[in-house]
Design a binder for this molecule. Structure first.
Ligand SMILES: *[C@@H]1O[C@H](CO)[C@@H](O)[C@H](O)[C@H]1NC(C)=O
Ligand SMILES: *[C@@H]1O[C@H](CO)[C@@H](O)[C@H](O)[C@H]1NC(C)=O
Ligand SMILES: *[C@@H]1O[C@H](CO)[C@@H](O)[C@H](O)[C@H]1NC(C)=O
Ligand SMILES: *[C@@H]1O[C@H](CO)[C@@H](O)[C@H](O)[C@H]1NC(C)=O
Ligand SMILES: *[C@@H]1O[C@H](CO)[C@@H](O)[C@H](O)[C@H]1NC(C)=O
Length: 692
């Protein structure tokens, strides 16, 4: 059995197996005509407002009666196409394929900020590897060569030439567009001949300067579903500056550096590539959820800026640009599902108008004393805001703040207030010493002062990363993604084997709004897909949880044959099989990245689930032997019609953590020797302490 639930004791599991798990019917057989019936229903009633069972023909009902009810086992298959570009020996694809298949197995989707961390839905990789035509690699090689030839030959600090990523991306994307009909994600592994000089990719215009760090990388994640990795570029380095959590792409041992360092046998090289693909699969294709998120028709972000009376400087805090980042994707069909809509509202209040805001800040200031070696040992006291305390005070004073900032009440939907404290201070003050912005499950808190930059404890290209502390757009985009859609940062991953959150910065460069190394706040397919997938996975998981509850109740009564009246057996079995069929259709739609169709089937299955609950519930009250509600809980009978999950609010179900830690993104600063900027001292990473 693939579904495990801690709430089910071993004995009941055994009972369930005895009662329901008939190996011959465990796999649902295709039922003739059911597919076309449901497809036509999805056109007639796309929101699944009506119960499709009621319009089933009697012959379809009859076929649904023919198999024994079993627990659905849901597994989403993830198609991944690898394109080998350049000098790969001709048997590489078979070798690579067997290497990857040996390390990959089906596994559960995971949630970072929720216990239990695993969902009942699994994923499995479907791999396809091919060699690309030699013309693609020579075109890429020539293009990179001409870029290198154009740039002046002496660069001061860096030994790597920087090539703008877009020159390669344009070519790769063109190739990808030819494949467009194909389902799944493409990974281009570029193994081009080495250029005369070392190079790596830059992701923005301009070069590094004393106050702006431009990190070089060798990967790109597209807006469409493709990734390219240039193995000849680099070796690049980015990660924690001295020590700290986080694997970083530095050193011969990181698979990104597979082609550098000592010469390797083909087998070793391919083993490195297999591990790179494995990592991309985990982090980009089946990313962990940050928190569970339910479907809501309306999503609202309320920007609430709290500032000094005279403080009108909005540069670095351009609401429009945050809004545009999301709305661009929405208008291209990303991020939202079904009939969801997404709204931004902006408000502000001065500290005079909002006295509780000043109170919140002054109550949350903490100081940290560190010993620092300049010429001699010196004590430095730095101040920071305790985000948890701020969160507590802001939650308690919600009504007061709303009044002060004239915040309109939103009648329904998921509302995330984004509090930005724009302080008239001349010194640096961050959240929990490192963060510009912190995401909580119900709000985002960000802060800035007049201080403009600081040295972070991250480095790339051998230099410290400088954080522009007044620039809040990127940190806010990252935090909103976490709070609104449960999208995890590209450097965080829940690892069941380690029983903890892993930090790995390999993919936090290029196109990602997360982490200190990327320069762009724009979203790639990774975030866009995760936003929608997270909602569907959460809903499916609730359905499964409730289905398991019903199973448990039925098992406790010795089976449905004993619990239900004779006349109800047929409907029960038909409903059950129809529910299972729809859930499998939802999973299959997700395997095809057809999130809308998946939503339809999940909504449609709610009717069957509700009917099953009613049948069982009524029988139990009739039998009177066991209180159903004490087992399942009052909200197991959802108000299904027209939507999903009206009864339960997952976020309230025991998740009381916040979304940050090292996670919340940027501004994660702790500082080292350099002192022309504000100083913050090094400390042990706060990660463990926040993520359970
Ligand atoms: C749902 O059923 C009602 C009653 O049978 C019908 O009037 C209505 O058109 C149906 N709605 C949809 C969207 O099919
Ligand atoms: C440490 O160095 C500073 C100057 O850098 C000097 O003013 C101070 O007296 C020194 N303190 C000690 C204890 O040597
Ligand atoms: C995982 O860690 C948590 C707390 O750190 C602990 O309570 C739990 O038992 C661990 N689970 C496993 C499977 O080791
Ligand atoms: C997912 O389902 C499992 C099994 O039913 C349950 O134990 C777990 O709490 C669910 N997780 C969420 C986030 O609902
Ligand atoms: C920065 O923080 C890390 C942990 O967060 C710490 O181990 C390290 O010593 C600090 N300093 C630098 C410069 O990385």
């Amino acid at each position: 059995m693939s579904i495990s639930s801690t709430s089910i004791t071993t004995t009941t599991v055994l009972l369930l197996i005895l009662l329901f798990l008939n190996p011959h019917t465990a796999k649902t057989l295709p039922i003739l005509g059911l597919d076309s019936f449901l497809t036509s229903q999805s056109h007639l009633d796309p929101k699944a407002t009506n119960d499709s069972f009621l319009s089933l023909s009697s012959s379809l009902k009859k076929s649904l009666f023919s198999s024994t009810p079993t627990i659905p086992s849901l597994q989403i298959s993830i198609p991944l196409h690898i394109k080998l570009v350049g000098s790969f020996p001709s048997n590489s694809h078979t070798l690579l394929s067997s290497l990857i298949s040996n390390t990959l197995f089906s596994d559960n989707f995971n949630i970072i900020g929720f216990n239990p961390h695993h969902l009942s839905i699994k994923h499995s990789l479907h791999l396809d590897i091919s060699h690309s035509s030699p013309s693609l690699s020579s075109l890429l090689f020539d293009t990179i060569k001409s870029q290198i030839d154009q740039t002046p030959s002496t660069l001061l600090r860096s030994t790597l030439h920087s090539v703008l990523y877009s020159v390669v991306d344009r070519i790769v994307k063109e190739d990808f567009d030819k494949e467009k009909g194909v389902n799944g994600v493409y990974v281009y592994l570029l193994n081009l001949n080495s250029q005369e000089r070392g190079y790596a990719y830059k992701y923005g215009t301009g070069d590094s300067s004393l106050s702006f760090t431009k990190c070089l990388g060798s990967v790109w994640t597209g807006k469409d579903r493709y990734i390219w990795i240039d193995l000849a570029a680099g070796p690049v380095d980015y990660g924690p500056a001295l020590s700290g959590d986080g694997v970083l792409p530095r050193g011969d041992f990181h698979p990104l550096a597979a082609l550098h360092g000592r010469p390797k046998s083909q087998k070793t090289l391919l083993a490195d590539l297999a591990s790179l693909v494995w990592s991309a699969y985990q982090v980009l294709l089946v990313p962990s959820l940050r928190i569970p998120v339910t479907y809501e028709n309306l999503l609202v972000v309320q920007f609430i800026r709290v500032h000094g009376a005279e403080n009108k400087d909005m540069s670095g805090l351009d609401w429009k640009s945050v809004e545009r980042t999301f709305m661009d994707e929405v208008s291209n069909g990303g991020l939202l599902l079904g009939d969801q809509s997404f709204k931004f509202r902006t408000y502000d209040a001065s500290f005079e108008e909002c006295s509780v805001c000043s109170y919140a800040i002054s109550r949350s200031v903490n100081s940290y004393t560190s010993r620092f070696l300049f010429e001699n040992y010196t004590l430095i006291v730095s101040e920071y805001l305790d985000s948890k305390r701020l969160h507590q005070i802001l939650s308690d004073a919600q009504d007061e703040i709303k009044k002060a900032a004239n915040v309109l009440d939103e009648e329904f939907g998921r509302v995330i207030p984004v509090y930005v404290f724009d302080l008239d201070l001349n010194k640096l003050m961050l959240l929990d010493r490192y963060h510009q912005s912190v995401a909580f499950k119900d709000m985002v808190i960000a802060v800035r002062t007049k201080s403009t930059q600081t040295v972070s404890d991250y480095s790339c290209n051998g230099r410290h990363v400088i954080t522009q502390t007044r620039e809040l757009v990127k940190p806010l985009v990252g935090s909103i993604l976490q709070s609104m859609w449960g999208v995890a940062p590209t450097h965080l991953l829940w690892s069941p084997r380690h029983n903890s959150t892993l930090v790995d910065y390999t993919w936090s460069i290029g196109q990602t709004p997360f982490g200190p190394f990327s320069e762009t706040s724009s979203l790639s397919f990774v975030q866009k897909d995760a936003a929608r997938r997270n909602v569907l996975l959460t809903s499916l998981n609730y359905t499964i949880t409730r289905v398991l509850d019903v199973f448990e109740v039925i098992a406790a009564h010795g089976g449905y044959q004993y619990l239900l009246r004779k006349g109800q057996h047929a409907e029960f079995v038909q409903r059950w099989n129809l529910l299972k069929y729809k859930l499998e259709k939802a999973v299959s739609a997700m395997s095809h990245y057809d999130f809308e169709m998946a939503l339809y089937f999940i909504r449609s299955s709610d009717h069957d689930e509700y009917a099953i609950h009613s049948l069982v519930y009524l029988s139990i009250t009739r039998v009177g032997s066991l209180s159903f509600t004490t087992i399942v809980g009052a909200d197991a009978l959802p108000g299904v019609v027209g939507g999903i999950e009206e009864g339960t609010n997952p976020v309230d179900m025991g998740f009381n953590g916040q979304l940050e830690g090292r996670t919340s993104n940027e501004g994660e600063q702790n500082m080292s020797e350099a002192s022309e900027f504000e100083t913050l001292e090094a400390s042990p990473s706060p990660l463990e302490q926040f993520l359970e």
